[in-house]
Design a binder for this molecule. Structure first.
Ligand code: NOJ
Length: 522
């Protein structure tokens, strides 16, 4: 093999989060999360479904993790549900919850994947909300640090990569300020800034505690934030927050690397201030850059291109980014944003989320959701840029976690599917999406086979194959006896370029109607 064709050193795999996958909301000693309580009355969220059953991953975990090995994934990101571990926010840990994740970590390793553990992906215990108003209060900092210590004690012997808080901005902005999310406690901008601030301080405190421990030598900790790429970055102006990569980076990333919000974002918004001691604690509190990437924009916003109904070509993907729908699947961003972050912070990069949801118009049946030609096309355009990012731009990307492993719950909806493994949420009688009635059968999609082949050929894991270390809490896999893996031969055969059945206008219409229906993306 010529040197130029040699595989790059990068782990790759999939991600997911507890509330979006697990279901089992009151099984195994779990306490309610803020979402469980807010969505307890389905009438309050009539069209979108609840997280109570989700993909029932809690009861099918063995089957789901089996796909990692089958698809050749070398990394897997999952989140721990805080209320499954500490139903009362703090206090005595729930042994069944600890065992569930302990078994999960062992199984991930057995499948040949490196675990990336997210401590918090928005499913706050309702008990924290009741006791001190959750993220609005600085009491959350000690509560979160206490929870993190339970995780370190329980899983630190087998986990090296930790992600503290997923996307503080979405947790604070979407979940607190928008009525269709939970816990929806405030619409105030000041409360939103304080919530973000408390999140950063909670992260910094956890890292400070971790570094003081004797068992932390191999641990690497970071905080994943979502950021849009804008090309070229216009810098900071009063009107350009959502159109400026720099401003987003100054707000979401600078505290964990530089110890403070950047100067331009501070001029724009009245953010809370870090004391000198807090700045010292925050500086370099991220061991690596963790970025969730979905949007890549040009700044020109040209008019809609001609050929709306043409096949889903590279040019269309590029043009599509100029429009307003989400995500903007423009391949340049996959290369540009990690390079921008690496140039600024000079740390290893983990792409903690990257992916594409196929529009509803393309997936009105379970069979259609398996033959996900648009997602195959997305990866066909984007995946080679990840390789160029490492080979040509010399950015040390150590892992890429595609979002998501299985179709899951998008916080208030099952309508948009991000998975590389289909989950049958369709009511067999009506044919409509209904999580309570669907069989939840899994089937590998075309895109997962594409990924298996592309990344299998072009990457080698920097983590090697680690032995499963034995754990005091582990016995056998926690729950399901199901090991059957459904594979669609039609899907397997279709890892080549799609036929071009896509229609970008349909995508735009779908997205606009979803926005009107109150379904937002995070
Ligand atoms: C980012 C969030 O972390 C994840 O939970 C969500 O499903 C994806 N964006 C897609 O919206």
């Amino acid at each position: 093999m010529a040197a130029a064709d040699a595989p790059v050193k990068m782990a790759w795999g999939y991600g997911g989060s507890a509330m979006q996958m697990e279901g089992g909301w009151n099984q195994g000693g779990k306490g309610p999360s803020v979402f469980d309580v807010a969505y307890m009355d389905p009438a309050a969220h009539p069209t979108h479904g609840t997280p109570f059953r989700a993909a029932d991953h809690y009861n099918r975990v063995k089957e789901d993790l089996g796909y990692l090995g089958q698809l050749g994934a070398t990394a897997y990101r999952f989140s721990v549900s805080w209320p499954r571990i500490l139903p009362n926010c703090t206090g005595t840990p729930n042994p069944e919850g600890i065992k569930f994740y302990s078994d999960m970590i062992d199984e991930i390793r057995r499948q040949g994947a490196e675990p990336f553990l997210t401590m918090y992906h928005w499913d706050l215990p309702q008990s924290c909300q009741d006791q001190f108003n959750g993220w609005q209060s600085n009491q959350i900092i000690d509560a979160f640090a206490n929870y993190a210590n339970v995780l370190f004690d329980s899983f630190g012997d087998r986990v090296d990569y930790w992600l503290t808080l997923n996307e503080p901005r979405a947790n604070c902005d979407f979940c607190m300020k928008q009525p269709q999310f939970a816990p929806f406690t405030s619409t105030s901008e000041a409360v939103f800034y304080q919530c973000m601030h408390n999140s950063f301080l909670a992260h910094g405190t956890v890292v400070k505690n971790a570094r003081a421990r004797k068992d932390s030598a191999t641990w690497k900790i970071s905080l994943p934030s979502i950021t849009d790429w804008h090309d070229p970055d216009p810098g900071a102006t009063a009107t350009s927050y959502y159109a400026s990569t720099l401003l987003q980076v100054e707000w979401y990333f600078d505290p964990c690397f530089r110890g403070d919000y950047g100067p331009n974002i501070k001029k724009l918004f009245p953010l809370p201030t870090f004391t000198a001691a807090e700045q010292a604690m925050m500086k370099d509190s991220c061991d690596f850059i963790a970025v969730n990437m979905y949007n890549s924009n040009t700044n020109g916003m040209p008019a809609l291109p001609p050929g709306e109904n043409a096949p889903f070509t590279a040019q269309e993907v590029d043009d599509a980014t100029a429009r307003t729908y989400w995500p903007h699947p423009r391949p340049e961003g996959v290369r540009a944003l990690p390079k921008y972050l690496y140039d600024r912070f000079n740390k290893d990069v983990v792409i903690a989320e990257l992916g594409y949801h196929v529009p509803r118009s393309q997936e009105t049946t379970y069979a259609q959701s398996i033959q996900d030609d648009l997602r195959v096309e997305y990866w066909r355009l984007n995946a080679p840029n990840l390789i160029s990012l490492i080979k040509e731009d010399k950015v040390p990307v150590i892992a890429m976690l595609a979002w998501s492993l299985i179709d899951n719950y998008e916080f208030n909806s099952y309508e948009f599917r991000w998975g590389h493994i289909a989950v049958d949420y369709f009511d067999p009688v009506t044919g409509k999406v209904n999580t309570d009635k669907g069989s939840l059968k899994r089937t590998i999609k075309s895109s997962a086979f594409y990924m298996r082949d592309f990344f299998g050929n072009n990457t080698v894991s920097p983590f090697g194959t680690k032995q499963v270390k034995s754990s005091s809490t582990t016995t056998s896999a926690a729950t399901s006896a199901s090991t059957g893996v459904a594979v669609s031969t039609a899907a397997q055969a279709s890892t080549t370029k799609s036929s071009g059945a896509s229609n970008l206008v349909a995508h735009l219409v779908e997205t606009l109607s979803a926005m009107m229906a109150g379904i937002l993306f995070l």
